[in-house]
Design a protein around this ligand. Structure first.
Ligand SMILES: Nc1ncnc2c1ncn2[C@@H]1O[C@H](COP(=O)(O)OP(=O)(O)OP(=O)(O)O)[C@@H](O)[C@H]1O
Ligand code: SF4
Ligand SMILES: [Mg+2]
Length: 509
């Protein structure tokens, strides 16, 4: 038995590179660097949340630990035993204590087996129980997971997603393991069912003293269940800390970006939404230096040259960023401390974030816009807006309404959303269609501002459409009349190309 505080699992410098073969001889040309030097430990009875965007290597970490895939290098010690060097027979024996729960309970449960067969399979294979004893134990396991024992004769398709995941948990518990990898175990479930399954996992942990590696791509999902949380980016852990500390004092810019997307259920609590540009780079050719530098708004020259080490700050907190000051446990840029969540008071400290985010809207015209809205701006920009022209006025109204909708959608303050909604130009009397509606002065709910702005955007776009249609009917472009080639080109032009079409673009979703 392991004493509390001792490590049940210790992963050191774990690497998994998948070879990419090409050519007739199937020579290895490159490698997918799915996991590139991951280290962490897990104590008995502890849950470590592992989060990060899709493709950052979470599943590969989980499977490499269990040796469901062979790690390229590194060490995995379970109860002090080095797993990477264990012969197959001993590994099989130890696997009884290490289980995995998968994301999709439907595809991970054999559809041709009854629940009794699925949950009891491991008991039979390991010679633990057969016949009536096996049935008794399966019944107990099902009841432990919130399902009546009588359902053991049913097949997986007869259950809902949440119930199937309970069957998956019962199967994982059959051999009374000490450690379970929960790989997106609740990600496919509705939010209310997610909460039930998370609570079930926590109850079981309390009863049985289990340890979990709880993988998810959403920080809000792991918050409730995790004692500590590790944040992964492109095959590496960039920050790891006790859950309370990570949510209160995130230091790595990537963690801050992920956390800024987590809704805060407090209308008084306003914080900056950090919108990361671009996708995660390919793990085949990861960026030099800090892998996050192409998307980091705080990056400096050295960030593209030097790989930041995962530095231990003490108190179970480690972070890999050049800008983190270990002594004061702060993130600093140009000597200035950047607060963990930039709210109204902290906004000045994050000027570059502000420029990239869709907040800080002084007015529709100057509003920094998300990428989709910027594309619309560009398309609208090719029209020389003429206040007298009903079609152009409607387009300008549509643009302003979209900005107001953006502001509301980006959870800006009520005041800002209302101020923006007030900037909508009055509907043109020449234009058919519903008039854009403006939130009445004094509307204090952000939802009302959002709904009104949304409605205004729809109405203004419809009006713009109608006005443009009638303008085109009245006066077809000379190029289209005189030159059939030009007419064809204009018909087939890419609407996302600002120079290619005069038609109002689709609204950003
Ligand atoms: N068998 C494989 N062969 C080649 N590449 C692979 C293999 N398995 C995973 N990868 C690649 O390794 C990287 C990490 O994949 P992994 O499934 O571990 O990510 P993840 O963080 O679990 O993503 P998700 O959140 O989508 O489940 C990805 O780029 C993936 O394409
Ligand atoms: S090391 Fe540089 S690029 Fe990487 S997270 Fe820190 S500031 Fe950003
Ligand atoms: Mg995965």
């Amino acid at each position: 038995m392991i004493a509390t505080g001792e490590k049940l699992l210790e992963v050191t410098d774990l690497v998994k590179h998948f070879p990419i073969r090409a050519g007739l001889l199937g020579r290895v040309k490159k490698h997918v660097k799915a996991v590139d030097g991951v280290s962490f430990h897990l104590r008995p009875g502890e849950t470590l949340g592992l989060v990060g965007e899709s493709g950052c290597g979470k599943t590969t970490v989980g499977r490499s630990i269990l040796r469901l895939i062979e790690p390229t290098s590194g060490s995995v010690r379970f109860r002090g035993v080095e797993l990477t060097e264990l012969p197959p027979k001993e590994l099989r024996r130890l696997r009884r204590d290490m289980q995995i729960i998968f994301q999709d309970p439907y595809s991970s449960l054999n559809p041709r087996m009854t629940v009794e067969g699925i949950v009891g399979e491991a008991l039979a294979v390991h010679g633990i129980a057969r016949g009536a004893e096996k049935r008794r134990r399966v019944g107990e396991l099902l009841e432990r997971c919130g399902l009546p024992a009588r359902v053991m004769g049913r097949y997986p398709h007869e259950f809902s997603g949440g119930q199937r995941q309970r069957v998956g948990i019962a199967r994982a518990l059959a051999l009374e393991p000490e450690f379970i990898v929960c790989d997106e175990a609740v990600s496919a479930l509705d939010v209310s069912i997610q909460a039930q399954v998370i609570n079930l996992l926590m109850d079981i942990q309390q009863d049985m003293g289990l340890s979990y590696l709880f993988i998810a791509h959403d920080l809000s999902v792991v918050e409730h269940i995790s004692h500590r949380v590790a944040v992964m980016y492109l095959g590496r852990i960039v920050e790891i800390a006790g859950a309370a500390e990570l949510y209160e004092l995130p230091l790595h810019p990537y963690t801050r970006a992920l956390l800024s997307a987590v809704p805060v259920p407090d209308p008084e609590h306003r914080h900056e939404r950090i919108i990361l540009e671009g996708d995660v780079p390919t793990p085949i050719d990861p960026p030099s230096g800090c892998p996050f530098h192409p998307r980091c708004w705080l990056a400096e020259a050295r960030c593209s040259r030097e790989v930041p080490a995962l530095r231990d700050l003490g108190g179970d907190h480690a972070v890999a960023c050049h800008l983190v000051d270990a002594a004061s446990r702060t993130l600093r840029k140009d000597g200035k401390v950047l607060p963990p969540r930039a709210g109204k008071n902290g906004r000045d400290a994050l000027p570059t974030v502000e420029a990239e985010s869709s907040l800080s809207l002084e007015g529709a015209a100057d509003a920094p816009r998300p990428a989709a809205a910027r594309a619309i701006d560009a398309a609208l920009g090719v029209l020389d807006v003429d206040e007298e022209d009903p079609a152009d006025a409607a387009l300008a109204a549509a643009d302003a309404a979209l900005a107001a909708a953006d502001a509301a959608l980006a959870e800006t303050s009520t005041d800002q959303a209302e101020a923006l909604a007030q900037t909508l130009p009055p509907p043109s009397p020449e234009v058919d269609g519903d008039a854009p509606t403006v939130p009445p002065p004094g509307t204090s709910s952000i939802d009302a501002a959002l709904a009104a702005a949304d409605e205004a955007a729809d109405a203004a776009l419809a009006a713009a459409d109608a006005a443009l249609g009638s303008a085109e009917d009245a006066a077809p472009p000379p190029a289209a009349q005189d030159d059939p080639e030009a007419a064809r080109e204009s018909e087939s032009a890419d609407p996302s190309d600002p120079g290619g079409s005069d038609a109002p673009p689709a609204r950003p979703s």
